[in-house]
Design a protein around this ligand. Structure first.
Ligand SMILES: [Ca+2]
Ligand SMILES: [Ca+2]
Ligand SMILES: [Ca+2]
Length: 140
């Protein structure tokens, strides 16, 4: 999927490659139902850029373990964490966890319990940007 200009990129089921292009892009993760790995797949975002204002949009209908309210980023700051290996991602207290060493983005609804429970990896930011809580937007 390649687009140019201000785009909304909505990965479909299975593994998609999402290429935003040179301006503001919204990378949308929404299945219209509760998260299931096979519905989302693992989407690759190749060119996430904070300087362009790119945003990752998470739908609360899908990411039901997020308690932060919609219409903004992570109001509950602890719901997003950055780690440096996949093991730390699985045992993090946060619901959305980013591995800054390999660009993997995880949904971790069971918190510090080992593994990701009903969640899992749903995206890889292949250019491994220094993702921050401000790069996310939550909606219903
Ligand atoms: Ca997908
Ligand atoms: Ca972009
Ligand atoms: Ca866990």
């Amino acid at each position: 999927m390649r687009c140019i200009g201000r785009d909304r990129l909505n990965g479909s089921s299975g593994n998609d490659t999402l290429i935003g292009g040179g301006s503001i892009d919204r990378f949308i993760f929404n299945t219209n139902e509760e998260f299931q790995s096979e519905d989302v797949g693992i989407d690759e975002i190749t060119d996430f850029s904070q300087t362009q204002g790119d945003i990752i949009l998470l739908d609360l209908t899908t990411f039901t373990a997020i308690d932060s309210s919609s219409g903004t980023g992570f109001r509950i700051a602890d719901e997003f964490a950055i780690v440096e290996n996949n093991q730390e991602a699985a045992t993090s207290d946060a619901v959305i966890v980013y591995n800054s060493s390999n660009g993997r983005l995880f949904y971790n609804p069971n918190g510090s319990t080992a593994s990701f429970g009903s969640g899992g990896r749903f995206a890889t930011l292949t250019n491994t940007p220094s993702l921050e809580a401000e790069d996310f937007f939550l909606r219903n």
